[in-house]
Design a protein around this ligand. Structure first.
Ligand code: 7PM
Length: 279
């Protein structure tokens, strides 16, 4: 498998240790809102803390993807995300933008985003064109249905086969548009149109998926309902379960973990890495 990820201003060597992507939500519901300036100041502090804690990539999300949530207008998402990109881009860490919208992708790349993380796998008209002529990293995620209806009735004949086939098709679409393979990561999309059993099957198949597609896997399990189902814990009490999930993903070979709790995950991975046989 490819061990190098081109990510805008950065080139990551994926053979040394798994990377940590820290989640930075910039949706109004993630703040006790005192207006845009307070939101920006808060986001900046959170990002600085995640960097001190050892995050490699900051994933900035301005579009709530909560199941059942309405979509956000383009201008609203730009107003949330762009000031954060400008504020953070001099911190010297890779910035990822979690968006499905080609307009947001274009503006973010112009402003200096290093990665585009699209839970819709660049299926929106114009999305591939928006990212093709840049050198930013790309995350292609699988989702069954839409954020509005995805958890209603998740169903598969063969979840691992179907998710792999979908990701393969999306990779081919990007490559056909001239995207270099070393920019691409794949993500099974835990919790996006999946039951607990589907999620567990996918977690157990990361290694196979990575081998079959020849691309690094990014895994986002942090605090998700699957952790709640396995532990019986509420979302505020899922730290230990999430650390277990991150280590399980890395044990399967995942190269990037997307997490809320950066400091704790970095510690867990340091210990994991010291004992890992691949070094
Ligand atoms: C509500 C439900 C709020 C779900 C937030 C979420 C992923 C992602 C998200 C992931 C990639 C969350 C999700 N999850 N991007 N964006 N992979 N690549 O729990 O698993 O953070 S949003």
């Amino acid at each position: 498998m490819r061990q190098y990820l081109q990510c805008g201003r950065f080139g990551f060597n994926l053979s040394q240790r798994p990377l940590v992507m820290g989640i930075l939500n910039v949706t109004p519901d993630s703040f006790s809102d005192g207006g845009r300036y307070q939101s920006l100041a808060f986001a900046f502090e959170r990002a600085e803390q995640m960097i001190r804690d050892g995050a490699d990539i900051i994933d900035i999300g301005g579009e709530s993807t909560r199941p059942g949530s309405p979509s956000v207008p383009v201008q609203e998402e730009l107003d949330r995300v762009m000031p954060v990109i400008y504020a953070l881009r001099e911190l010297g860490h890779a910035l990822s933008i979690d968006t499905c919208k080609p307009e947001v992708m274009r503006e973010a790349i112009i402003a200096g985003a290093d990665m585009i993380n699209d839970i819709n796998a660049f299926r929106a008209p114009g999305a591939i064109e928006a990212v093709a002529d840049s050198d930013c990293g790309l995350c292609i995620m699988h989702m069954q249905g839409t954020p509005q209806d995805m958890q209603a009735q998740p169903a598969y004949q063969d979840v691992v086969g179907e998710v792999s086939a979908f990701l393969r098709e999306r990779v081919e679409a990007l490559l056909a548009a001239g995207v270099m393979r070393d920019r691409v990561t794949i993500d099974p999309g835990f919790g996006f149109g999946k039951s607990v059993e589907h999620n567990v099957a996918l977690l157990r198949s990361i290694s196979q998926m990575q081998r079959d597609l020849g691309l690094p896997v990014l895994a986002g399990l942090s605090r998700k309902s699957m952790i709640g189902a396995l532990t019986g814990r509420s979302v505020e009490q899922r730290l230990a379960g999430s650390l277990g999930a991150a280590l399980a993903a890395v044990a399967q070979g995942a190269r990037i973990v997307r997490v809320h709790d950066v400091a704790e995950t970095v510690d867990a991975l340091k210990v994991w890495n010291a004992a890992s046989c691949e070094n």
